[in-house]
Design a protein. Structure first.
Length: 323
């Protein structure tokens, strides 16, 4: 009887030990799901897609490999003498952008093209600026895209965050639900870049602002005796502005008056002086996603392109779709 009891106890201890061992054993890493390459550009699983690109410069549709298109985008969107790691982070986003664009929209507004070189529709493109650095940046990230739960992200980027990135709703007046991979984060660009990127100022006549708000935003300001920031978003960017009697969206006003004039909505000053409305701010661009000047700083600190992407986007995967 005692022998049977001893055997039972030993077996019980073994079972408990095995159970504890299994519990402690880490689960195998689960590979992230790969997004689908849109059928219209696919050349088969694991193969580089081919695009039909409407070239605004020549007003013709050209067929080109996706990586060649990406090289032209990086050359158009970022200085070609910047660190290779920053250029490579831009390449990952450029690649993601075109695939998400085609998956979401189906193609370009220009006939049967998949995408265009019209920066207002898609991304800037300047193949004349392609150099060895850009070629290396594209090659070292070949096939890499950014995904969230198996889907392409909206690969937003901007020139300079002014030290803090924005949510999509505050920076872009994004009408859909806030994407879960977009976050407000400190950007190491706060002291980087030239004047006009780090800080800026702009001046408009009262009559000009009043007319733009009437014609483009459909509101009447009345006499502009005062202006104020009514609301700010999580990053500190202005989201609503009161100008005279009108309360307007700050991102919409920026677009209406010109994004090269109002360089961001991260306003540090907003006032009336005589017949002028004067504003000043930090950063350049909408502030959502990756800051190019922040990527520049991080690249100089020896961060990898993938680390730079993961710093600016939350809980994303970087996957390789072709060799």
């Amino acid at each position: 009887m005692y022998k049977k009891l001893a055997v039972t106890v030993i077996l019980f201890v073994l079972v408990i030990t095995l159970a504890i061992g299994c519990a402690r054993k880490p689960a195998p890493d689960k590979k992230p799901a790969l997004p689908k390459i849109p059928d219209k550009i696919s050349r088969g699983e694991g193969k580089e897609p081919v695009l039909r690109v409407y070239e605004v410069q020549t007003q013709t549709v050209k067929e080109m490999k996706l990586e060649d298109y990406v090289a032209g985008v990086v050359a158009g969107e970022m200085e070609n003498h910047w660190p290779v790691e920053a250029l490579a982070a831009q390449a990952i986003l450029a690649r993601t952008y075109v695939l998400e664009f085609i998956a979401d929209k189906g193609g370009s507004k220009y006939g049967d093209a998949d995408i265009s070189t019209d920066f207002e529709e898609a991304q800037a493109w300047n193949p004349d600026n392609i150099n060895d650095r850009i070629k290396k940046a594209v090659e070292m990230t070949r096939g890499e895209v950014v995904t969230y739960k198996g889907n392409y992200i909206k690969a937003w980027f901007h020139s300079h965050a002014g030290g803090m990135t924005a949510t999509a709703k505050e920076g872009l007046n994004f009408k859909e639900a806030e994407p879960p991979y977009i976050k407000v984060t400190k950007s190491p660009d706060v002291d980087a870049g030239p004047e006009g990127k780090r800080t800026w100022s702009a001046s408009f006549s009262k009559a000009e602002i009043s007319q733009v708000i009437r014609d483009q935003l459909g509101m009447e300001t009345g006499p502009i005796d005062s202006v104020s920031i009514v609301e700010r978003g999580p990053s500190g960017r202005a989201t609503k502005l009161k100008i005279g009697n009108a309360v307007v969206s700050a991102p919409e006003l920026r677009t209406a008056l010109g994004s090269m004039e109002i360089r961001s909505t991260l306003l540090t000053s907003f006032k009336v002086e005589g017949d002028k409305v004067i504003m000043a701010g930090k950063g350049f661009g909408h502030g959502v996603g990756l800051s190019q000047w922040g990527a520049n700083v991080m690249a100089k600190q020896k961060n990898s392109p993938e680390d730079i992407i993961r710093y600016y986007f939350k809980d994303v995967d970087i996957v390789k779709l072709w060799e």
